[in-house]
Design a protein around this ligand. Structure first.
Ligand code: PMP
Length: 389
């Protein structure tokens, strides 16, 4: 028998699998389950976008694209971003098309971080930033965001964690799992600290089109002086319901994009060709789809926030993404126990807050990328569950 583990890379063996999928996997084995556990749109990709992908296949366009992505797509991304967020990127040198936002995050972290460099990561947050930093031999430094600040990153909390070794700040807003957004004034306060300490910023804006407050998303690159310090990561998964197409992008100063492109070139070659053709159509003619889906999410958001608050699971009103992050502290259960008991007793799957960092303990993530009918039924079941425990 070969002992595979002893032959593997030690750091990979030590990596823990993501805590999000566990409850999703339990749910997949059960009947009559309502899953509010997975972070992806329940919509299919808009038909005209799918059709463009299909047509590209019919025409036999099945080859690699240029490493950085098709020029036409890079141009459309650049126009789309400038239209929405008022920052210009040169499609030739400042745009890189990647395999989902996920790849862009990895490339950025690996291109910037040297062993021992500290990377500031606000938590609760999406699960990949810490392991990606560790794989680059950087040191993740967690900044706890708090319910009383509506889970925003404050300039004070940021300043406290800065040391001479700090290199990079990850800015994950709109946030998965809390639904927090940063308004312009919050970003400006963070920008002053970034400038003072000469930091670089990886701004994960994958949920940029999904904001529900009065003011829409503001890109960090839009803030005075920040464009030259920021890599923006965005993509098609959430905005256009295109998770399975695996397409995202990074925007940033050409020197950084050039380094990221080398890694991309060797590990990936080029992002999927069919997806890139479809994405051109999404960028050109997808505004109505975005607005339709956003309107639907907004209705569900209000239903679920009211529902959870009225049964005593306090949650602040999230203004972004498609998650609510209610406190379950009153139940006295840990977030893992809460989720496990809920799924076995009532067949409703949600994710323990602790999967997004230790400071997520006492909360659960509920995704509302599901139908009003299912959300209503899930709320009933959660209410019954609370009465029974
Ligand atoms: N960033 C955040 C905050 C996410 O929630 C996700 C997906 N859940 C991603 C990045 C990656 O998305 P994708 O690779 O599908 O573009």
């Amino acid at each position: 028998m070969i002992d595979y583990e002893s032959r593997m890379n030690d750091e990979i063996v030590r990596l823990k699998p993501s805590g999000i999928r566990r409850f999703f996997d339990i749910a997949a084995e059960m009947d009559n389950v309502i899953s509010l556990s997975i972070g992806e749109p329940d919509f299919s990709t808009p038909w005209h976008v799918r059709q463009t992908g299909i047509q590209s296949l019919e025409k036999g366009r099945t080859w690699y694209s240029p490493n950085r992505g098709f020029m036409e797509l890079r141009e459309e991304i650049s126009k789309w971003f400038a239209r929405r967020y008022h920052v210009e990127y040169d499609p030739k040198s400042e745009v890189l098309v990647t395999v989902g936002g996920s790849e862009a995050l990895d490339l950025c972290i690996r291109s910037l971080v040297n062993p021992g460099d500290e990377v500031l990561i606000p938590e609760p947050s999406f699960v990949c930033y810490v392991p990606l930093t560790e794989m680059a031999r950087g040191v993740p430094v967690i900044i706890e965001t708090k319910a009383e600040d509506q889970f925003r990153l404050t300039a004070e909390a940021l300043e406290e964690k800065i040391t001479p070794k700090t290199k990079l700040l990850i800015l994950p807003f709109p946030n998965n799992p809390t639904g927090a957004v940063m308004r312009r004034e919050h970003l400006e306060a963070v920008a002053r600290v970034v400038e003072k300490h000469d930091l670089l910023v990886l701004s994960d804006e994958i949920y940029s089109v999904l904001t529900y407050g009065e003011t829409g998303h503001v890109s960090f690159a839009e803030i005075d002086g920040m464009r030259e310090r920021t890599i923006v990561v965005n993509g098609f998964s959430k905005a256009f319901a295109m998770t399975g197409w695996r397409l995202g992008y990074a925007l940033g100063p050409k020197e950084l994009i050039r380094q990221m492109t080398k890694l991309h070139q060797y590990a990936i070659m080029s992002a999927p060709t069919t997806a890139q053709y479809a994405a051109v159509e999404a960028m050109k003619n997808g505004e109505e789809d975005i607005e339709y889906m956003r309107g639907q999410y907004d209705m569900r958001r209000r239903l679920i926030v009211d529902g959870l608050n009225s049964m005593g699971l306090d949650c602040f009103e999230p203004e972004g993404a498609f998650y609510v992050f209610p406190s379950i502290k009153k139940t006295g259960l840990t977030s893992e126990d809460f989720c496990e008991r809920l799924i076995y007793a009532k067949q409703v799957a949600v994710v323990p807050g602790v999967a997004f960092g230790n400071c997520g303990e006492g909360f659960v993530r509920v995704a509302y990328s599901n139908s009003i009918k299912n959300i209503s039924e899930a709320l009933k079941r959660i209410k019954d569950f609370l009465q029974e425990i």
